[in-house]
Design a binder for this molecule. Sequence first.
Ligand code: NDP
Ligand code: MG
Length: 390
Amino acid sequence: MRGVSIFGATGSIGQNTIDLIKRAPDEYDVVALTGASNIAQLAADARTLNAQIAITADEAKLPALRAALDGSGIEAAAGAVAIEEAAHRPADWIMSAIVGAAGLAPGMAALTQGKTLALANKESLVCAGELLLQTARSHGAEILPVDSEHSAVFQALVGEPMEAVERIIITASGGAFRDWPIGDLAGATLDQASSHPNWDMGQRITIDSASMFNKAMEVIETREFFGVDPDMIEVLIHPQSMIHALVGFNDGALMAHVGPADMRHAIGYALHHPARRTLPVERLDLAAIGTFEFRAPDDIRWPALRIAREVMARGGLAGAVFNAAKETALDGFIAGHLKFTQMSDVVASTLEHMDASGGHIDATMTLDNVLHTDHLARQAAWQAIKTCQG
Ligand code: NDP
Ligand code: MG
């Protein structure tokens, strides 16, 4: 039996992971499941999978979790510290699928076990890539990518020498507004930004896809995970979301990863790695699909892509500032304080402010420094939101 923990079990990635685990219940011993607001789902899954412990991030919800688990013998706990502690519980395979920078500390804790971390939480690589990879190396742990583009690159690189790689192309659907007149973007509503043409994902990443902040994060994620030069990373708009990434080699070959827009493929690849096992995803009928389209990305429609390049050039803790500002701007948009197009203004001005004030971006990359910089950047971003509101 493999010990498995799922951080962010109640979310979109978490539920897709649970779908795969439930199909082979005899193979897995479920250790910890974590959630935040969705206590009913957390408790139901903990019971079905007979988890050792269920933890909610929200301390006020502990009584409700305890009540929902009553009589099951499953432990209940609450709060960020309890989540981090649960990441130390022995498990062979740990899914990191909490949304946002809140996933960083549990992911770091999980790596100290020296086992496998399946990483969906791209924010941890953007905030503290070097720290995360160094922690994995020093504890002999393996990180497997779950983000579809990075899983695709990882698969295209199997058996290939990194020295032969010339470029990595990650694709983007273009999100909800790819065909909108640019002048209409400022009036985009929360509902409009929350629906994705191809993927069924959590609300935050869906809005990030419309603004292209998701792809901006993924460019940085590519740089951190594969250790390539930023100039080698390209973004390509591909509205069908079936080619997830391509790797270009020095002999002119492009190895493309093609598959359905179903996260259970990338999750399943990370779950069974290095084996490939049958997965319950659609088999593509290319003749029926007929055409794959490609377009160049547009920095005017999506300033996030340009900002990501600046963040990589700046280095240090600029990624932590970028992520915190992006998360805060997104909170501002969701709460109705910001127009859709103002999110990138807030992120750009927060980066400028944090670069000009104090040496936070140049601080050594430790978990404490990253979390402190994240905190300061969120405060600066709220100030920027107030300025936008006039
Ligand atoms: P969801 O919003 O669907 O789920 C997020 C999960 O995190 C839920 O379990 C949620 O609990 C929990 N959570 C929320 N806030 C906190 C907190 N402060 N502390 C601890 N847990 C918290 O997100 P997704 O599943 O879409 O995304 C998860 C991660 O995977 C993100 O980093 C995202 O970028 C990445 N990813 C997602 C993809 C997708 O297809 N969805 C694709 C590629 C990457 P609750 O729901 O109970 O409140
Ligand atoms: Mg992705």
